[in-house]
Design a protein around this ligand. Structure first.
Ligand SMILES: C[S@@+](CC[C@H](N)C(=O)[O-])C[C@H]1O[C@@H](n2cnc3c(N)ncnc32)[C@H](O)[C@@H]1O
Length: 342
């Protein structure tokens, strides 16, 4: 990050800020064109890159020059371009790839919604229903299947990347069962079953999501004998009794849904049950700029919000949970470990 000493003066900084859309669009264009994938470890002439990604060389140079200002690719004195730590993350094959996230954060619907942020701030409501006449995920699945695919890829990527860190952090020795509510394709369950060979795990999520659960958890998979897949709406019921419940990146929706899910978990588990809630915080996090931007995006699409530590603690307490600890999982996720008293 730029230090106070080297930061541009305020008028220049503000000019740069209001062109944030150009910056996001440039990252999106590079990701869609596959420029990072076409560039290998050697500095490469724009003409060669343009041939590889099927663009005109001159506009490609302009795109790469704009991105280089932000440290995404670097231009060398001879006019060739090389990778930087950030541009490598746009490669599909990078183990920490952010390509899917870069696309998800800049999908077409976002360019319809951001100009209406003032409206959302005024009303506190999402703007997607006004724009498309239906709830966000209904719109995505019915009218924007390419965006729905990008969403699923982005979620899969970030789940894969964080599941191992969650499993490393959690000490489930002594527990015989774990249930992941809204666990997506089951990356956290799989990592926990790998870590604890006697543990049994349940994956709860919506039917269309668990249809694509990891093959390892499904019939014929190496973890299938210890895994149970439970399709359904966790706001309606959590029909699984477990020693430990994990709820990761779910409680960003409306407060009523949060209260219902936590209530269902408390009822299903009973006294002594452990509940681990994992979320991005909009305070006390080194990734404040990313988390607060996601918070605004949630306001636009589902009328939801990321939590502050305080707002999360108060919702957990309101559900009757006692908080044992709050710990960082990584620079952008926190784990709230709680139990049902009694
Ligand atoms: C942001 S993703 C998080 C997935 C996973 N927990 C993770 O951290 O990788 C939110 C998940 O909640 C699931 N979800 C949303 N509403 C749900 C509901 N009513 N019942 C069950 N799952 C739900 C979604 O299908 C999705 O898999």
């Amino acid at each position: 990050m730029t230090t106070a000493e080297t930061a541009p003066p305020p008028p220049m900084r503000l000019r740069e800020l209001v062109f944030g859309a150009a910056c996001a669009a440039a990252v999106r264009a590079a990701a869609r064109l596959g420029v990072a994938d076409a560039l290998d470890n050697r500095p490469t002439a724009v003409e060669d890159l343009a041939a590889a990604v099927k663009t005109e060389p001159k506009p490609l140079r302009r795109l790469l020059r704009a991105l280089s200002c932000y440290g995404v690719f670097a231009e060398l004195p001879d006019g060739t371009f090389e990778h930087t730590a950030m541009s490598r993350l746009l490669r599909e094959d990078d183990p920490n790839s952010l390509r899917a996230i870069a696309l998800w954060c800049t999908e077409p619907w976002t360019w319809d919604a951001w100009p209406k942020l003032d409206e959302a701030v005024r009303t506190g409501d999402n703007v997607v229903e006004g724009l498309y006449g239906k709830e966000f995920f209904t719109y995505l699945n019915e009218d924007a299947p390419e965006s729905a695919d990008v969403f699923n890829q982005a979620m899969t990527r970030s789940s894969e990347q964080s599941a191992r860190e969650v499993a490393d952090l959690l000490d489930l020795s002594g527990a015989t069962s774990v249930a992941d509510c809204g666990g997506g394709q089951g990356h956290v369950v799989a990592c926990l079953l790998d870590k604890y060979p006697a543990l049994h795990g349940s994956l709860l999520d919506l039917p269309r999501v668990v249809e694509n659960a990891l093959p390892r958890l499904r019939e014929g998979g190496d973890l299938a004998s210890r895994a149970r897949i439970v399709p359904g709406d966790v706001r309606e019921a959590v029909p699984v009794k477990s020693d430990v419940y994990v709820i990761k990146n779910i409680l960003e929706w409306d407060d009523e849904s949060t209260a219902r899910l936590l209530g269902n978990v408390v009822a299903a588990g009973g006294p002594g049950t452990r509940v681990v809630v994992i979320e991005n915080m909009v305070d006390d996090s080194p990734s404040m700029r990313f988390s607060t931007a996601m918070d605004l995006m949630l306001l636009l699409n589902v009328g939801g919000a990321k939590h502050t530590t305080e707002s999360m603690l108060s919702r957990l307490a309101a559900a009757g949970l006692e908080i044992d600890s709050v710990r960082p999982v990584n620079p952008y996720l926190h784990a709230f470990e709680c139990h049902v008293p009694g």
